[in-house]
Design a protein around this ligand. Structure first.
Ligand code: URA
Length: 436
């Protein structure tokens, strides 16, 4: 076997064997296969694709390149949820404790934000004391004692993915469905859950901007999960507008807290939380023959009874976070940052708030990372007073922007006007597009 033959084979669009795929990944990590050869192979995969079997073999080879967590000691079906990334997506913060409050063990390893997409670990970092850098033993212990854990992906989780992703980033080979699907699923499979619910975002603020490509990505990931012996459901959800009222790390934690405390529940956020939890519940051991409506009632009750909020506080304190700080988030925003109120220049209905542009506003304010090494301001971001479908009178506040400096605030101000459209009418769309 040699890498030049493997590249030639893929260039002609032929199927690679599992031995060839493993040989390539091992050679890449040992340095025997050079970056220029891997880059050529990645481009051939981008152009010629990979079938379901090859994509799964690639995923498994990447999973096995590092630590693979064994959660069989939990003795129950452990469920995970993964979002392909969006703007204002704080669902993980709500869903993990909510499901744990219903007796479904949740084992989550999350990432940090990059570009316009936020990451759960950055959000949790805004809670004083919260520790996401925990050992495998602590991870398992927290699932057993609290029922929910969220840790930063450890350095040895699918190292082949880290290597490949860095190459893809600089060789124009990120946007390939087999490469994205194997990258995401290698980390999911290594983090040990038995059942996975995928939230595949679709729209301007997502990797996949149109339904057909979101569906193709969802199908590729489901096929990998099934071939790897896991149960998996994908929900395709709309990401043309930001999710909920807040964008930015501390501000999103605050929105999650207010949601769980019953203070403020954005309807689209409520809808997606209930749908994702329903799918997770149906994959868990708690599920017995019951209708979807009955499952939804159980989930809604966990929110309205305060059970999910109680579990959220246990989750935060289980990982060292300050529960007093969490409770303080139920009230007004309390940050040192300077702010600017963006007001409607005319009366009408908000017909769109472009998720991609809002992601850029958030980056300009300092809430996001331009590259992996960049520092972020955990307290910067945006709170919307009005969302798509709301009526505004001229002069009403639509959103408040928060930033650490006048320069950053000015950069955000310049962009927000382009992001929001006020018209005579708007067309409503369900956030849940499809369930596969
Ligand atoms: N997220 C990942 O983890 N990998 C990709 O390739 C794209 C999104």
């Amino acid at each position: 076997m040699n890498i030049v033959e493997i590249i030639e084979k893929k260039k002609k669009g032929n199927e690679l064997t599992s031995e060839e795929i493993r040989y390539t990944i091992e050679g890449m990590l040992s340095g025997n296969i050079k970056d220029y050869q891997m880059s050529a192979l990645l481009m051939a995969i981008c152009l010629k694709g990979m079938n379901a079997k090859e994509t799964t073999e690639l995923t498994l080879a990447m999973r096995d390149s590092g630590d693979v967590l064994d959660l069989s000691c939990i003795g129950k079906t452990v469920v995970d949820k993964h979002s392909t990334g969006g703007v204002g997506d704080k669902t993980t913060l709500i869903i993990g404790p909510l499901m744990a409050s219903l007796g479904v063990p949740i084992a989550k390893m999350s990432g940090r934000g990059l570009g316009i997409t936020g990451g759960t670990i950055d959000k949790l970092d805004s809670i004083p004391g919260f520790n996401s850098d925990i050992s495998d033993e602590e991870f398992i212990d927290l699932i057993k004692t609290v029922g929910v854990v969220d840790a930063a992906q450890n350095k040895n989780l699918a190292p082949a993915d880290k290597y490949l992703y860095a190459l893809r980033d600089v060789t124009g080979t990120v946007d390939s469905i087999p490469l994205i699907a194997s990258s995401i699923m290698s980390k999911k499979l290594a983090s040990g859950a038995d059942a996975i619910v995928l939230d595949v975002k679709c729209g301007t603020g997502a990797f996949m901007t149109v339904y057909q490509s979101a569906k193709a990505l969802a199908e590729a990931m489901i096929s990998i999960a099934k071939l790897a012996g896991k149960t998996c459901v994908a929900v395709i959800t709309d990401m043309n507008q930001p999710l909920g009222y807040a964008v930015g790390n501390y501000l999103e934690v605050r929105e999650a807290v207010r949601f769980l405390a019953g203070k403020e529940q954005n309807p689209r956020l409520y809808r997606i939380v209930v749908e994702l939890c329903k799918q997770m519940y149906k994959l868990s051991d708690m599920y017995t023959e019951m209708s979807d409506d009955e499952v939804e009632e159980i989930i809604k009750d966990a929110i309205s009874s305060g059970k999910a909020y109680k579990k959220f506080k246990e989750f935060i304190s289980g990982q060292g976070g300050d529960v007093g700080f969490v409770e303080s988030l139920e009230s007004a925003v309390d940050v040192d940052n300077i702010s600017y109120e963006y007001r409607a220049s005319k009366s009408g209905v908000i017909s769109s708030i472009d998720a991609e542009l809002i992601g850029r506003v958030s980056l300009a304010l300092g809430a996001g990372r331009v590259n992996k090494e960049a520092e972020i301001d955990l307290y910067a971001g945006i709170i919307f007073d009005k969302v798509v479908g709301d009526f505004v009178n001229e002069g009403d506040v639509i959103a408040t922007l928060y930033a650490a400096s006048g320069g950053k605030l000015e950069a955000g101000k310049a962009l927000i006007e382009e992001s929001v459209s006020v018209s005579d009418s708007f067309s409503d769309s369900d956030i849940i597009i499809d369930v596969l």
